[in-house]
Design a protein around this ligand. Structure first.
Ligand code: PSU
Ligand code: MN
Length: 304
């Protein structure tokens, strides 16, 4: 264990006794939703994980410490501080730790810290990917590289079509990352169940997911696995409404010359503004759905 990592007593006890644990990211808390819904959602996600037989480990950087397992006060702090908490991707991690700063962990750094702590399963909303126009901007999320090198299973609701979903799948194929559809042959597009792009494999139970991940480990294959879990039908959004919001957000980003690490937060915030409460409600429900599946999968892995 490294000297910058703090594992909470509850998570530490779970890991030591072979109980299932599920990692959760903190960018979704600080940058993904408004206060106080972000804090309420983060706490409710933790209770869903407990109800489904696993221990939640929300991950963040607090005062330069890499944390696996946060207190209620720490979650409240990250939610209240919002955008003043820096977004922490792979390149930011050593600097924020050296400065003793806070950091909201993305999929990338949540995977890194989960792996340092010994946590195998991670639930989130959406992952980063290859941006539209990446053939000229080269804007490709560090999340895809992390999936290629860090042995953590990431359970998400697919990716938003702010990205080029076809290129994102090509990139994951090149990097050797298995993309699994949970109960579906089609990649879900976050707010909607369908994207028109196929996944590599369809698996239908937490036990099947656990077995696939376990074999990947036994074979000594580097990297993780991406599980895409469609938003429940009753909470999915109208495709035309969400597509129009995404096009508007993309046009505004292009007009303002938004680039680099600001691109994703800018687009996500615009979509939220344009679609209002509808997209927030869907976002919360899909995270709950992923948390339940992640807890069941972690429990199936622990039982193997
Ligand atoms: N929700 C999404 N997509 C995302 C994110 C949230 O639908 O990309 C957040 C996640 O924390 C993700 C990060 O890891 O943004 C990716 O940022 P970037 O594209 O700058 O790598
Ligand atoms: Mn980027």
């Amino acid at each position: 264990m490294n000297k910058y990592l703090d594992i909470s007593p509850e998570v530490s006890e779970a890991l030591a006794s072979g109980k299932p644990a599920v990692a959760l990211e903190s960018t979704i808390i600080s940058h993904g939703m408004p206060y106080p819904q972000n804090v309420e959602t983060a706490l409710h996600v933790e209770s869903i994980i407990r109800e489904n037989g696993a221990v939640p480990a929300t991950i963040a950087i607090i005062g330069g410490r890499l944390k696996a397992g946060l207190s209620r006060d720490e979650i409240e702090h990250l939610g209240k501080a919002g955008y003043s908490v820096p977004k922490a991707s792979r390149r930011d991690l050593p600097i924020l730790a050296a400065k003793g700063s806070d950091g909201a962990t993305t999929v990338t750094t949540t995977m890194m810290i989960a792996h340092m702590a010994g946590i195998k399963v991670f639930a989130t909303g959406g992952i980063g990917g290859v941006h539209r126009g990446a053939e000229t901007t080269m804007d490709i999320s560090a999340d895809l590289e992390e999936l290629a090198q860090t042995p953590v299973m990431v359970i998400c609701a697919g990716a938003k079509s702010i990205l080029d979903l076809g290129l994102t799948l090509e990139y994951l194929e090149t990097k050797g990352v298995p993309v699994i559809g949970y109960g579906t042959e089609e990649l879900p597009a976050f707010y909607t169940r369908r994207s028109g792009f196929g996944v590599d494999y369809r698996l239908d139970t937490p036990e099947e997911l656990a077995r696939a991940f376990s074999v990947q480990r036994e074979l000594g294959i580097k990297g993780g696995m991406l599980v895409t879990n469609p938003i429940p039908e009753e909470y999915s959004m109208d495709k035309a409404v969400i597509d129009a919001a995404i096009e508007k957000a993309l046009a505004e980003a292009a007009e303002k010359g938004v680039h680099g690490k600001e691109t994703t937060p800018f687009l996500l915030a615009k979509i939220k503004d344009i679609t209002g409460g509808d997209s927030l409600a869907s976002n919360i429900k899909l995270v709950y759905n992923n948390a339940a599946l992640a807890a069941k999968t972690a429990a199936a892995l622990a039982a193997m």
